[in-house]
Design a protein around this ligand. Sequence first.
Ligand code: CTP
Ligand code: MG
Length: 171
Amino acid sequence: SQPLRVPALSLVVLVGVAGSGKSTFAARHFRPTQVVSSDGCRALVADDPRDQSATGAAFEVAHLVTRHRLANGLLTVLDATSVEPAARRPLLELAREHDVPAVAIVLDLPEELCARRAAERPDRAVAAAVVHRQHMELRAGLHGLRAEGFAAVHVLRTEAEAAGTAVDLVG
Ligand code: CTP
Ligand code: MG
């Protein structure tokens, strides 16, 4: 398949349920310092990436790091589920504040596949019911992403597409 063309200075927002392969995709296509993850930020503030009580603080840190990176003119990839409009809104605001395009890369893989992977995660298993709720949220919001303010929306729908699609940084 065609590589995704992503502006070299942009805010890339990965969108996908638990187990959809966001962190795997981010690690394959971007440098570790370019990736700001909710799990990583949760670990920074709470040691335990499963500690859900740390979620608010973790996103505060994620947004703060993103703000400083964009101010420094650095490509930033947000690795969190971001299936809810409320999770995407502050990211779109940050991109707009810094006059940087926001690009959504949606990992819209089959729910069963994601649920299986999420349940099998050794470090942090996620229940199928949670994946189901996230999947419903994702599908409900998918067609509204452009209207939310994303400059481009790329949707990867199969395992082969997710694994076989390259990212070209342009400009
Ligand atoms: N995985 C896999 N094959 C792929 C992609 C992912 O087997 N092509 C596995 C990973 O090794 C991991 C699990 O599926 O154990 C979830 O992948 P991950 O990239 O961690 O998914 P995320 O979307 O980042 O999940 P979360 O939201 O829970 O962080
Ligand atoms: Mg992840």
